[in-house]
Design a protein around this ligand. Structure first.
Ligand code: C5J
Length: 220
């Protein structure tokens, strides 16, 4: 076990059984013209973490530890998008409609791609998820168990939506979860701060929180 200084107490990372999960670092959330922008958000906040997420990915790759990427995305016929989700939001354009980077949140469209600095390498698992959480309708639970993974390190966007939902789902499934605080971001700084606190509160009720430097120094 590698001990990483973390909140609320040191996190034990099993180097034989860990994976990095990078949630939804897609152009649709991070670049102007995407889904996040259409909902009225300032995407510049999310762009700021791209170098840290890229460095975290490189850290895992250097050690030969698995990196898993997720994309919030829907089939072109939107058959996997519940009508309730389609109706939600009062943005300028909605899921499935045409924007400057193609149809919003639709698989294969330019906006649905992961930003270049964080792009998946050959052989890395890319999970297309129709929900906010990474386990809903993805088969990821079985994949992680087949690979013997027990420890998940989380990064990506947005902190209180897809990252937190995925981390809570993972926690309920028995995974030991760490969120890297400066490798995740929200359109709402106060929501990010609250999420980091609620994850680590009550003795780590959802998991642990640590900064990238603490993780890097502990594993180097
Ligand atoms: C959102 C996400 N915020 N990836 N998706 O709709 O957090």
């Amino acid at each position: 076990m590698i001990e990483i200084p973390a909140d609320p107490y040191p996190y034990g990372l099993d180097p034989e059984r860990c994976a990095l999960v990078v949630i939804d670092m897609q152009r649709d959330f991070i670049e102007p013209g995407g889904f996040g922008h259409a909902l009225g958000n300032d995407v510049g906040l999310l762009q700021a973490i791209v170098p840290t997420v890229a460095a975290l990915i490189a850290l895992f790759r250097d050690r030969g530890w698995p990196v898993i990427h997720t994309r919030e995305s829907h089939a072109p016929d939107l058959g996997d998008c519940p009508p309730a989700k389609l109706r939600r939001g009062r943005g300028t354009i909605r899921i499935g409609e045409d924007g400057p980077m193609g149809r919003l949140l639709v698989r294969g469209e330019p906006g649905n791609a992961i930003v270049e600095a964080c792009a998946p390498a050959a052989g890395e698992l890319v999970v297309d998820k129709p929900g906010k959480g990474m386990f809903h309708a993805t088969g990821l639970d079985a994949t992680l168990r087949e690979r013997g993974i027990t420890h998940l390190v989380f990064a990506g966007v947005t902190t209180e939506v897809c990252v937190q939902t995925s981390m809570r789902e993972a926690n309920d499934r028995g995974f030991e979860c760490l969120l890297v605080s400066d490798a995740t971001e929200s359109y709402f700084p106060e929501f990010k701060a609250a999420t980091l606190r609620m994850i680590a509160a009550q003795g780590g009720i959802v998991g642990w929180v640590a900064g990238f430097a603490a993780l890097r120094d502990a594993v180097s």
